[in-house]
Write a protein that binds this ligand. Sequence first.
Ligand SMILES: Cc1ncc(C[n+]2csc(CCOP(=O)(O)OP(=O)(O)O)c2C)c(N)n1
Length: 336
Amino acid sequence: MAVEQSTTLSRETLLDWYYQIVLIRQFEERCDALYKDHKITGVYLHLYSGHEAVGVGALAALGTDDHVITAYRDHGIALARGVDAKPLMAEMMGKRTGVSGGKGGSMHLASRAHNFWGGYAIVGGHFPLATGIALKVRYMKEPNVVLCFMGDGATNNGYFHEAVNMAAVWDLPVIWLIENNLVGMGTRIEDSSGQPQLHKRAAAYGIKDGGRVDGQNVVEMYEAVSQAAAYAKKKGPVLLEALTYRYSGHGVSDKQYNVREDLASELKQWQDARDPINVLRGIINASYPGAEAELKALEDRADGVVEESVKFADESPVPTYEDLISNVYVGRSPLD
Ligand SMILES: Cc1ncc(C[n+]2csc(CCOP(=O)(O)OP(=O)(O)O)c2C)c(N)n1
């Protein structure tokens, strides 16, 4: 799908996207610090830093009644979907006021109010759910679309074939959006995929190939997902690939970038040349020069929002025993 920059985007829209991208970056950097401070716990913490323009551009193209689902690199997508930073940070810290009651944590957070269905840690486990949600949309004759984010590595999980194929057979309104950051944990895409241009797999399922988009450019992401959504609602699934880069490795404990000079230099190249904040700054300066003071004010605003979210989360209580056994299949332990 050729991406046409058909829309003249307003100054207000571009500034709003700038704010969202900066908010995600600051939120994630703060999470990194809180993890190192043991305030956020868990085996992994996967940050969205570097990917921000993918989530912000893609979600700007959706309506509030559309559906969103993703894997474990989910905090940034939740913020871009409009989930408030306070319950999000509280969730990160496992607090009762968290968006999932403190029981989901970093990898399993969701918000029904936002049609944001999570947050899944089992790689590929959310693909059949995306197909299922889209089946419901089609069955109920709703005018909506399901946007399913995934990593490049996840496309080699068997669920990818099953879920994408069924969505194709039933012409379901799904956008399969691959966030190709070149690596799955420590394995390069060329070492795991026979066809590293992942969008080309669309041909195998007879669905629309949405092409490869610059995931560091929020405007291109918005345009591509807008076109994909229009197509998916009318005709069926679209497979879209966004090229991006993860700034903090697989998770914050990933030491590859500290010990491998080639990776450190690749990371630096992406940060220097393709950082989504700088790319958008360039677009804003080209279209609406003289916005420097406003951009700084937006950065300060994001800083304040993150600060408040940490305070809120810090002061929130942990879940009670009753909380922990609510909304689960088994109420009390048989030993009680
Ligand atoms: C079914 C399954 N297999 C293996 C894992 C371990 N694992 C966690 S993340 C990951 C790599 C996924 O990479 P990708 O989909 O590219 O996402 P990214 O981290 O790049 O965003 C693997 C293999 C898992 N969580 N689930």
